[in-house]
Design a protein around this ligand. Structure first.
Ligand SMILES: CC(=O)N[C@H]1[C@@H](OP(=O)(O)OP(=O)(O)OC[C@H]2O[C@@H](n3ccc(=O)[nH]c3=O)[C@H](O)[C@@H]2O)O[C@H](CO)[C@@H](O)[C@@H]1O
Ligand SMILES: C=C(OP(=O)(O)O)C(=O)O
Length: 469
């Protein structure tokens, strides 16, 4: 059985799935050797256009999935972000040959034999995504160790759903000192139900099914965007998958996969929410290009009901030919937005995306009235929303899941450090863009985990963001 809570103090900071307290060491763990900070001259209105990059969350799943393929895998338009770099370090350490080709094309060639004993533990511990290595490695390895996974520090993030899902495929996972020890006696479950409709666990299960020749019905699957992107890639590899975008997936795998393949992941709906929130909080008009609008349709609906005006262009296909995109223009609101009377809360897709929810916190700071944000999914992410009060937004923390945000507020500059979680850290950047004067945001590694070249892209929109170390 995998414990979800660390057994001893010495495990704190490493067993990131288990602790429900915010670990002060985590920032150190997440820093690269050179800390990078941002200096933001706020209070400028944004203007112009920005195009979205592909998502961290699909990218990490695709990197793990590349191990299933004994041919050459090429990912086009792949995000050059810290989380991808960590996963590349992990894959290179076990023998995968990886090269960045022209700008954002990533080419991977796995060797016949992986050297799992060389796995780069330091890189692995910085990301939760290493959990998905289990679903890929179980097909050719009878026994191996994976370091305890890291990722955003948001309170307890259980690994039990992964254990329960993979045991259906004959995978036994036990927690030893700082590692999961994985033993495989492969079997085909036929039918299985996930313990939670989590994204990473769904992807892990799909990876397990992708090289299981008998068909697998996966019930209570997440239908979220990174799951869809992984399924589209696996289909290209020849894996049969039905029910993409629904909670019942049917996967008929292949015993061996060897194919030279190119795949372009879809643009990131959560990056779209970052730019939407930046535009609304600074009361700006900008156009966000290449938005997978159906993946944030509920978010757009809520914004419309607050009074926000936006325009969607005619739709066109993403480079993978599968997902519809459109260009989204957010119009200035000139202070005329109103708070929704009902709470904002996340849900598994097609609900309001759990990673979109935080972006409503700075928005709620500039609308008139009181907004209740109920972040039930994560144990303590709502606590980070209260950091916005240091930028002048009136946030009342009701408990570790709920905040009231009262607006409109006049935002004020501040010097702050990033909390150890990507979306909450990026909220502070949004607040600083809207606050007049010079703010400093320290140690932005955690933002760079998920977003590429954000300072330069914001500067193209007329912001003034200086990177320094
Ligand atoms: C690499 C990746 O894709 N990361 C995303 C993924 O993390 P990931 O799939 O790893 O998320 P977790 O498994 O940690 O789940 C997030 C939280 O939601 C809870 N939970 C989840 C599903 C459910 O049906 N019921 C439930 O209560 C979990 O117990 C946990 O507290 O999904 C999260 C939730 O969308 C996102 O914030 C992460 O960006
Ligand atoms: C929680 C997040 O990421 P991860 O699952 O990588 O920790 C996130 O992207 O907001």
């Amino acid at each position: 059985m995998i414990p979800d809570v660390p057994n001893s103090d010495s495990e704190l900071g490493h067993f990131a799935n288990g602790t429900d307290s915010i670990d002060p060491n985590l920032l150190d763990l997440q820093s690269t050797s050179r800390e990078v900070h941002l200096r933001i001259e706020g209070g400028r209105r944004l203007r112009g256009e920005v195009a979205l990059k592909a998502s961290k969350n699909a990218a990490v799943a695709l990197l793990c999935a590349s191990l299933l393929n004994y041919g050459v895998t090429k990912f086009l338009n792949f995000p050059r972000i810290e989380e991808v770099t960590r996963m590349i370090e992990v894959l290179e350490s076990i023998g995968v040959k990886i090269n960045w080709r022209e700008s954002n094309t990533l080419e991977l060639r796995r060797p016949k034999e992986l050297r799992l004993e060389n796995l780069d533990e330091e890189a692995a511990r910085r990301t939760r995504s290493v959990l998905m290595l289990i679903g890929s490695l179980m097909h050719d390895h009878l026994e191996f160790d994976i370091p305890y996974a890291g990722g955003c520090k948001l309170g307890e993030r259980t690994v039990k759903p992964h254990q329960y899902a993979l045991e259906e495929f004959g995978v036994n996972i036990t927690a030893t000192d700082k590692h999961y020890t994985v033993k495989v006696n492969k079997k085909a479950p036929g039918e299985m139900t996930l313990y939670e409709s989590g994204n990473t666990v769904t992807n892990n299960t799909i990876l397990a099914a992708a090289r299981t020749e008998e068909g697998t019905f996966i019930q209570a699957a997440s239908c979220d965007y990174m799951v869809q992107d992984l399924c589209y890639f696996l289909q290209r590899l020849g894996v049969e998958i039905e029910g993409i975008g629904t909670p019942l997936l049917y996967v008929r795998g292949l015993s061996r996969i060897k194919k030279n393949i190119e795949y372009t992941p879809t643009e990131d709906p959560i990056e779209a929410m970052f730019f939407i929130s930046a535009a609304v909080t600074t009361d700006s008009e900008i156009t966000i290009r290449r938005v997978p609008f159906r993946w944030i349709s509920l978010e757009l609906m809520k914004l419309k009901k607050m009074g926000l005006r936006y325009t969607l262009s005619a739709s066109y296909r993403a480079a993978n030919g599968l997902v519809d995109l459109a260009d989204l223009t957010i119009h200035r609101h000139e202070g005329k937005l109103s708070a929704l009377p009902d709470k904002l809360h996340p849900n598994v897709w097609p609900g309001l995306n759990p990673d979109s929810l935080p972006y409503f916190a700075p928005i709620a700071g500039v609308v008139t009235g009181r907004t209740l944000i109920h972040d039930w999914m994560y144990e303590c992410r709502a606590i980070y929303y209260a950091e916005l009060s240091k930028l002048g937004i009136k946030v009342e923390l009701l408990d570790q899941h709920r905040v009231y945000v009262r607006g409109p507020s006049e935002l004020i500059k501040a010097d702050l450090s990033c909390p150890p979680a990507l979306r909450p850290a990026s909220l502070l950047l949004i607040g600083m863009l809207a606050a007049s004067g010079m703010s400093v945001l320290k140690n932005v590694y955690v933002i760079n985990r998920g977003y590429e070249d954000l300072a330069a892209r914001l500067n193209m929109l007329g912001a003034s963001v200086e990177v320094f170390s």
